[in-house]
Design a protein around this ligand. Structure first.
Ligand code: SF4
Length: 85
């Protein structure tokens, strides 16, 4: 028999979605990690995805736009950059 959870459903949801009051500031800190989706090309067809339904335009991020983003990020103290695809 499965062990009954001690938390209610709203408590479980809050544990994942709660944003502490110290984050509600006028100038929040810059994120230390950023993901950039450089292309919308994909060979998969996950049922939940707009891509597999043909709802997204297929293409690559403009190279100069990507370079401008990377140049801007280089000026900041970014700890992690992930290319999404
Ligand atoms: S979620 Fe969409 S973009 Fe991601 S792998 Fe599946 S079909 Fe491709």
């Amino acid at each position: 028999m499965a062990k009954k959870s001690e938390k209610s459903i709203p408590e479980k949801v809050d544990a994942h979605t709660h944003v502490s009051n110290d984050k509600f500031v006028l100038y929040p800190p810059f994120p230390d990690a950023i993901k950039i989706e450089i292309t919308s090309r994909c060979n998969y067809s996950c049922s939940f995805c707009a891509h597999s339904k043909g709802l997204r335009e297929i293409g690559d991020m403009d190279r100069n736009f990507l370079y401008r983003i990377l140049w801007g990020l280089n000026l900041l103290e970014l700890k992690r950059l992930v290319y999404f695809y």
